[in-house]
Write a protein of this length. Structure first.
Length: 214
Protein backbone atom coordinates (compact mmCIF):
# COMPACT_ATOMS: atom_id res chain seq x y z
CA UNK A 1 0.00 0.00 0.00
CA UNK A 2 2.98 2.33 0.47
CA UNK A 3 3.81 1.86 -3.23
CA UNK A 4 0.26 2.79 -4.21
CA UNK A 5 0.41 5.98 -2.12
CA UNK A 6 3.63 7.00 -3.83
CA UNK A 7 1.99 6.39 -7.20
CA UNK A 8 -0.78 8.82 -6.29
CA UNK A 9 1.80 11.51 -5.61
CA UNK A 10 3.57 11.14 -8.97
CA UNK A 11 0.94 10.23 -11.56
CA UNK A 12 -0.44 12.90 -13.90
CA UNK A 13 -4.20 13.36 -14.05
CA UNK A 14 -6.03 10.90 -16.27
CA UNK A 15 -7.03 13.65 -18.68
CA UNK A 16 -3.52 15.09 -19.00
CA UNK A 17 -2.00 11.63 -19.44
CA UNK A 18 -4.42 10.63 -22.17
CA UNK A 19 -3.98 13.92 -24.00
CA UNK A 20 -0.19 13.56 -24.00
CA UNK A 21 -0.23 10.02 -25.39
CA UNK A 22 -2.92 10.88 -27.93
CA UNK A 23 -0.61 13.63 -29.19
CA UNK A 24 2.22 11.20 -30.02
CA UNK A 25 2.76 10.15 -33.65
CA UNK A 26 0.89 7.06 -34.77
CA UNK A 27 3.02 3.92 -34.85
CA UNK A 28 4.10 0.84 -32.94
CA UNK A 29 5.80 2.88 -30.21
CA UNK A 30 2.51 4.57 -29.36
CA UNK A 31 0.72 1.22 -29.28
CA UNK A 32 3.47 -0.12 -27.00
CA UNK A 33 2.84 2.66 -24.48
CA UNK A 34 -0.92 2.16 -24.67
CA UNK A 35 -0.50 -1.60 -24.17
CA UNK A 36 1.90 -1.27 -21.22
CA UNK A 37 -0.49 1.19 -19.59
CA UNK A 38 -3.81 -0.53 -20.28
CA UNK A 39 -2.56 -3.97 -19.22
CA UNK A 40 -0.62 -2.61 -16.24
CA UNK A 41 2.35 -4.69 -17.41
CA UNK A 42 6.07 -4.71 -16.87
CA UNK A 43 8.14 -4.28 -20.03
CA UNK A 44 9.35 -7.90 -20.03
CA UNK A 45 5.76 -9.15 -19.92
CA UNK A 46 5.09 -7.76 -23.41
CA UNK A 47 8.60 -8.32 -24.83
CA UNK A 48 9.56 -10.92 -27.42
CA UNK A 49 13.28 -10.46 -26.85
CA UNK A 50 15.54 -10.44 -23.82
CA UNK A 51 18.68 -8.53 -22.95
CA UNK A 52 21.53 -10.91 -23.83
CA UNK A 53 23.43 -10.16 -20.63
CA UNK A 54 20.46 -11.28 -18.52
CA UNK A 55 20.84 -15.07 -18.66
CA UNK A 56 17.96 -15.98 -16.38
CA UNK A 57 15.14 -14.09 -18.09
CA UNK A 58 12.78 -15.12 -20.87
CA UNK A 59 10.58 -13.14 -23.28
CA UNK A 60 7.28 -13.36 -21.43
CA UNK A 61 5.45 -11.73 -24.32
CA UNK A 62 5.50 -15.10 -26.10
CA UNK A 63 3.03 -16.46 -23.54
CA UNK A 64 0.43 -13.68 -23.91
CA UNK A 65 -2.87 -14.80 -25.39
CA UNK A 66 -6.00 -12.92 -26.34
CA UNK A 67 -9.66 -13.51 -27.12
CA UNK A 68 -12.89 -11.59 -27.57
CA UNK A 69 -15.63 -12.23 -25.04
CA UNK A 70 -18.91 -10.50 -24.21
CA UNK A 71 -20.23 -8.61 -21.21
CA UNK A 72 -23.94 -7.75 -21.33
CA UNK A 73 -23.78 -7.84 -25.10
CA UNK A 74 -20.70 -5.62 -25.37
CA UNK A 75 -17.44 -7.00 -26.85
CA UNK A 76 -14.49 -7.28 -24.47
CA UNK A 77 -10.81 -7.83 -25.29
CA UNK A 78 -9.57 -10.37 -22.76
CA UNK A 79 -5.81 -10.82 -22.37
CA UNK A 80 -3.96 -13.48 -20.39
CA UNK A 81 -0.63 -11.92 -19.45
CA UNK A 82 2.24 -13.90 -17.93
CA UNK A 83 3.36 -12.28 -14.67
CA UNK A 84 7.12 -11.82 -14.49
CA UNK A 85 7.75 -11.96 -10.74
CA UNK A 86 5.44 -14.80 -9.72
CA UNK A 87 5.66 -18.57 -10.03
CA UNK A 88 2.96 -21.20 -9.97
CA UNK A 89 3.19 -23.13 -6.69
CA UNK A 90 0.66 -25.91 -7.29
CA UNK A 91 2.32 -29.32 -7.51
CA UNK A 92 0.14 -30.43 -10.45
CA UNK A 93 0.57 -27.23 -12.47
CA UNK A 94 1.62 -27.77 -16.09
CA UNK A 95 4.08 -24.87 -15.92
CA UNK A 96 5.46 -22.51 -13.30
CA UNK A 97 4.08 -19.40 -15.02
CA UNK A 98 1.31 -17.40 -13.36
CA UNK A 99 -1.09 -15.43 -15.55
CA UNK A 100 -3.25 -12.42 -14.84
CA UNK A 101 -6.37 -11.77 -16.91
CA UNK A 102 -6.94 -8.25 -18.18
CA UNK A 103 -10.32 -7.29 -19.66
CA UNK A 104 -10.64 -4.10 -21.71
CA UNK A 105 -13.81 -2.53 -23.13
CA UNK A 106 -13.87 -2.46 -26.92
CA UNK A 107 -16.27 0.48 -27.06
CA UNK A 108 -14.40 3.64 -28.19
CA UNK A 109 -16.81 5.65 -26.07
CA UNK A 110 -15.21 4.36 -22.87
CA UNK A 111 -11.80 2.99 -23.97
CA UNK A 112 -10.64 4.23 -27.39
CA UNK A 113 -7.13 2.82 -26.92
CA UNK A 114 -8.43 -0.76 -27.12
CA UNK A 115 -8.98 -0.18 -30.84
CA UNK A 116 -5.26 0.52 -31.26
CA UNK A 117 -4.46 -2.78 -29.53
CA UNK A 118 -6.94 -4.66 -31.73
CA UNK A 119 -5.42 -3.19 -34.90
CA UNK A 120 -1.95 -4.24 -33.74
CA UNK A 121 -3.21 -7.74 -32.93
CA UNK A 122 -4.86 -8.00 -36.35
CA UNK A 123 -1.58 -7.02 -38.05
CA UNK A 124 0.87 -9.02 -35.93
CA UNK A 125 -1.36 -11.85 -34.64
CA UNK A 126 -0.18 -11.06 -31.13
CA UNK A 127 -0.02 -8.25 -28.57
CA UNK A 128 3.70 -8.53 -27.94
CA UNK A 129 6.60 -6.51 -29.29
CA UNK A 130 9.89 -7.58 -30.98
CA UNK A 131 11.90 -5.62 -28.43
CA UNK A 132 13.70 -6.26 -25.16
CA UNK A 133 13.03 -4.26 -22.01
CA UNK A 134 16.00 -1.93 -22.57
CA UNK A 135 14.78 -1.04 -26.05
CA UNK A 136 11.34 -0.32 -24.59
CA UNK A 137 12.95 1.87 -21.94
CA UNK A 138 14.86 3.82 -24.60
CA UNK A 139 11.65 4.50 -26.54
CA UNK A 140 9.83 5.54 -23.38
CA UNK A 141 12.49 8.05 -22.40
CA UNK A 142 12.61 9.37 -25.97
CA UNK A 143 8.89 10.10 -26.25
CA UNK A 144 8.16 11.17 -22.67
CA UNK A 145 11.21 13.35 -21.88
CA UNK A 146 9.09 16.50 -22.27
CA UNK A 147 6.66 15.22 -19.67
CA UNK A 148 9.00 13.64 -17.10
CA UNK A 149 12.77 13.33 -17.34
CA UNK A 150 12.83 10.24 -15.09
CA UNK A 151 10.13 8.40 -17.02
CA UNK A 152 10.50 4.60 -17.33
CA UNK A 153 8.32 1.82 -18.67
CA UNK A 154 7.40 1.03 -15.06
CA UNK A 155 6.01 4.55 -14.72
CA UNK A 156 3.23 3.60 -17.13
CA UNK A 157 2.29 0.71 -14.87
CA UNK A 158 2.26 3.03 -11.87
CA UNK A 159 0.07 5.55 -13.70
CA UNK A 160 -2.47 2.84 -14.53
CA UNK A 161 -2.62 1.63 -10.93
CA UNK A 162 -3.15 5.18 -9.72
CA UNK A 163 -5.90 5.90 -12.25
CA UNK A 164 -7.64 2.59 -11.56
CA UNK A 165 -7.80 3.45 -7.86
CA UNK A 166 -8.55 7.15 -8.10
CA UNK A 167 -10.79 7.45 -11.16
CA UNK A 168 -12.30 4.00 -11.58
CA UNK A 169 -12.63 3.18 -7.89
CA UNK A 170 -10.80 -0.16 -7.86
CA UNK A 171 -10.58 -1.88 -4.50
CA UNK A 172 -7.25 -3.18 -3.11
CA UNK A 173 -8.22 -6.72 -4.19
CA UNK A 174 -9.06 -5.53 -7.71
CA UNK A 175 -5.75 -3.66 -7.93
CA UNK A 176 -3.92 -6.85 -6.95
CA UNK A 177 -5.82 -8.76 -9.60
CA UNK A 178 -5.07 -6.20 -12.34
CA UNK A 179 -1.42 -5.67 -11.41
CA UNK A 180 -0.71 -9.36 -10.87
CA UNK A 181 0.22 -8.94 -7.23
CA UNK A 182 -0.32 -11.64 -4.61
CA UNK A 183 -3.34 -10.81 -2.46
CA UNK A 184 -2.73 -11.27 1.27
CA UNK A 185 -6.15 -11.60 2.87
CA UNK A 186 -4.83 -13.31 5.97
CA UNK A 187 -2.64 -16.17 7.10
CA UNK A 188 -3.12 -19.09 4.73
CA UNK A 189 -5.85 -17.39 2.70
CA UNK A 190 -3.98 -15.95 -0.25
CA UNK A 191 -3.01 -19.16 -2.05
CA UNK A 192 -6.53 -20.37 -2.82
CA UNK A 193 -7.77 -16.85 -3.54
CA UNK A 194 -4.98 -16.11 -6.03
CA UNK A 195 -5.79 -19.32 -7.90
CA UNK A 196 -9.21 -17.97 -8.88
CA UNK A 197 -8.70 -14.22 -9.06
CA UNK A 198 -7.66 -14.34 -12.71
CA UNK A 199 -11.00 -15.89 -13.63
CA UNK A 200 -13.13 -13.10 -12.22
CA UNK A 201 -12.58 -10.17 -14.59
CA UNK A 202 -16.36 -9.75 -14.73
CA UNK A 203 -16.24 -8.47 -11.15
CA UNK A 204 -14.13 -5.40 -11.87
CA UNK A 205 -15.10 -4.86 -15.52
CA UNK A 206 -18.20 -2.68 -14.91
CA UNK A 207 -15.96 -0.07 -13.27
CA UNK A 208 -14.00 0.29 -16.54
CA UNK A 209 -17.17 1.33 -18.37
CA UNK A 210 -16.98 4.81 -16.88
CA UNK A 211 -16.49 7.40 -19.67
CA UNK A 212 -13.16 9.21 -19.78
CA UNK A 213 -13.00 12.78 -18.50
CA UNK A 214 -13.83 15.42 -21.11
Amino acid sequence: MVEIFMVFMKAPSLGDWRAYVDGLPEGDDKVLFQALYLTCSRASELALRVVKAEKFTKPYGQFLSYRIESFNGEPVLVLDVAVLKRKEKRKKAKSNIVFKTIALPCSPKVEPWTLSLLKYIHKHKALAFPLDRRQMLYRTKKWFSRMEKNMTTHSLRHFRISHLAQYYGFSPMELCQFAGWTFRAGMGASGQLDTYLHLSWQNYFPKLLRPLPA
